[in-house]
Design a protein around this ligand. Structure first.
Ligand SMILES: Cc1cc2nc3c(=O)[nH]c(=O)nc-3n(C[C@H](O)[C@H](O)[C@H](O)COP(=O)(O)OP(=O)(O)OC[C@H]3O[C@@H](n4cnc5c(N)ncnc54)[C@H](O)[C@@H]3O)c2cc1C
Length: 384
C-alpha cells in the first residue's frame, strides 16, 4: 500500500532498512542467545543521526516528528525487537525533557541525546506500582538546593546502560497522584546504582534493570516543570510514545510474515509447496490484512500527533492495542505456518513470537489501554 510518505520519510525508511539488514539481522541471533546489549548497533544508529530524529533542530536534532520515529522503530523491529526496544526506550526517556524541559534543560541534555552520545531511560514502575502507577513509593525530598531521592524503580529498559534517567518520585505523599514530580538524574550521581539485569522471555538484546536510589542528591533545577506535575508528565510521555509501541508491533509482525511467506514457498509437502494449499494462503492473507490495517492506524495516529493535536490518549492507546495484539497473533501464526521449523531456534520466528509478547505488557498493558479508551469514551459521550 502507498502511505504517501514524503521523499524524506522514504529516505529515513530506506536508511533504517539498510542498517537493519546489514547490521541487525546478522547479529540478532547472537544478541538474543548471549543476552547482549547492542552497543555496536547503537553506534551505527548514532552515526546516522537517528537518535535525533524527533529532536528539534535548535537542539541538534533532525526536527522530524512522531511519524518518522515510528518508521524508524518499525524498520528496526522488523529485524530485531530487542534492538528496537533499546532505541525506542531512549526516545521514551527523552519525551519528558522534550515536552516539559526548560530551555536550559533542553540545551544541556538534548544535543548529546540527539548525537547518540548518551542513551536515556524512563523510570516509573516499581515493585508495587505497575498498572497502578499512582502507588509509587520512591520519594524526592527538597533539602536546600537539592532533592534527595530514595526508593527503587523496577524493570527499567536501558537501566545501567543509559546515562540520563527521567524518573517519577513523590515530593508530597499526602497529595496522592498530585504529589508526584518528574526529575532528570544522571548516571554517575552518588547514591544512584543499579540492580541485577533481568532474565527475560524475549527482547533479550534489551537490558532491563532496577534503579536504586539511596540518599541520591540531585540539583533542585533537575525537576521537570513543577512539583506535582509528575503524573501529568508521565501520562503525556506515554501518550506520545505508545504509537511507537504500535510501530514495534507492525515491524515485528512484518518480519515474521516475510519469513513465513519465504518458508511456505520453499517447503514441499504432498508434492507441492505448502503455499499452494488454501488453508496456508488464508493464514498468510489474514496476516497481510492485519499488518496493513495496523500500519495504516499507526501512521494515521502518528500524523495526528504531528499535527499538534492535544487530546491523543485515546488514539495512541487504540494504535498500541490494535497493533500489538495483532503482532502477537501474526508472530504466533508465522510459527504455525512454518510447523516444527517455526518452533526451532534455527529460524527467527520463534524469537519474534517470544519478543512480541512484551508489546502487550509494557508502556501500560493492553487491558489498561482499554481502560484508558473506555474513560475517554465516557467523557466523549457525556459531552454529546
Ligand atoms: C521487559 C520490560 C521492560 C519494561 N520497561 C519499563 C521502563 O522502561 N520503564 C518503566 O517505568 N516501566 C517499564 N516496564 C514496566 C511495565 O510498564 C509494567 O510491567 C506494566 O505497566 C504492567 O505492570 P505490572 O507488570 O506490574 O503488572 P500489574 O499491574 O501487576 O498487572 C498484572 C495484570 O493485571 C492486569 N490489571 C491490573 N490492573 C488492572 C485494571 N485496573 N484493569 C484491568 N486489568 C488490570 C494487567 O493488565 C495485567 O494483566 C517494563 C516491563 C517489562 C516486563
Amino acid at each position: 500500500m502507498d502511505y504517501f510518505l514524503t521523499e524524506d520519510q522514504v529516505m529515513i525508511k530506506e536508511l533504517v532498512r539498510q542498517i537493519a539488514e546489514e547490521k541487525v539481522v546478522p547479529a540478532r541471533e547472537e544478541l538474543d542467545e548471549k543476552e547482549e546489549f547492542p552497543w555496536g548497533i547503537m553506534e551505527v544508529i548514532a552515526q546516522s543521526d537517528l537518535f535525533g530524529l524527533f529532536v528539534p533542530e535548535e537542539f541538534g536534532g533532525l526536527g522530524r516528528g512522531s511519524l518518522e520515529l515510528c518508521i524508524a522503530v518499525e524498520e528496526l523491529s522488523r529485524a530485531c525487537l530487542g534492538v528496537a526496544t533499546t532505541y525506542a526506550a531512549s526516545a521514551l526517556g527523552t519525551y519528558p525533557i522534550l515536552l516539559f524541559g526548560t530551555d536550559e534543560q533542553k540545551k544541556k541534555y538534548l544535543p548529546d541525546i540527539a548525537a547518540g552520545k548518551r542513551l536515556v531511560a524512563f523510570g516509573l514502575t516499581e515493585a508495587n506500582a505497575g498498572s497502578d502507577a499512582a502507588g509509587i513509593q520512591t520519594t524526592a525530598q527538597l533539602d536546600g538546593n537539592e532533592y534527595v531521592i530514595n526508593g527503587t524503580k523496577q524493570w527499567i529498559t536501558n537501566g545501567g546502560e543509559a546515562e540520563i534517567y527521567t524518573i517519577i518520585a513523590m515530593t508530597d505523599k499526602t497529595k496522592g497522584a498530585r504529589g508526584a514530580s518528574a526529575f532528570i538524574v544522571e548516571k554517575d550521581t552518588p547514591g544512584f546504582s543499579f540492580g541485577k539485569k533481568e532474565k527475560k522471555m524475549g527482547i533479550r538484546a534489551s537490558t532491563t534493570r532496577e534503579l536504586v536510589f539511596d540518599n541520591c542528591r540531585i540539583p533542585k533545577e533537575n525537576i521537570l516543570a513543577r512539583p506535582g506535575y509528575g503524573f501529568i508528565i508521565a501520562m503525556k510521555t506515554l501518550d506520545n510514545s505508545r504509537t511507537g509501541v504500535g510501530a514495534q508491533g507492525v515491524g515485528v509482525a512484518q518480519g515474521a510474515f516475510e519469513e513465513a511467506v519465504k518458508f511456505a514457498r520453499q517447503r514441499i509437502q504432498f508434492g507441492h509447496p505448502i503455499i499452494s494449499f488454501q488453508a496456508v494462503q488464508h493464514m498468510l492473507s489474514d496476516m497481510a490484512i492485519e499488518i496493513e490495517a495496523a500500519r495504516a492506524l499507526v501512521y494515521a495516529v502518528a500524523r495526528y500527533i504531528d499535527s499538534g493535536a492535544k487530546e491523543i490518549s485515546k488514539d495512541s492507546a487504540i494504535a498500541k492495542v490494535f497493533a500489538t495484539d495483532m503482532a502477537m497473533r501474526v508472530t504466533t501464526n508465522a510459527v504455525q505456518v512454518m510447523g516444527g521449523s517455526g518452533y526451532m531456534r534455527e529460524y527467527p520466528v520463534e524469537k519474534m513470537m517470544r519478543d512480541a509478547k512484551i508489546l502487550q505488557i509494557y508502556e501500560g498493558t493492553n487491558q489498561i489501554q482499554r481502560n484508558v479508551i473506555g474513560q475517554v469514551l465516557i467523557k466523549e459521550a457525556a459531552k454529546r
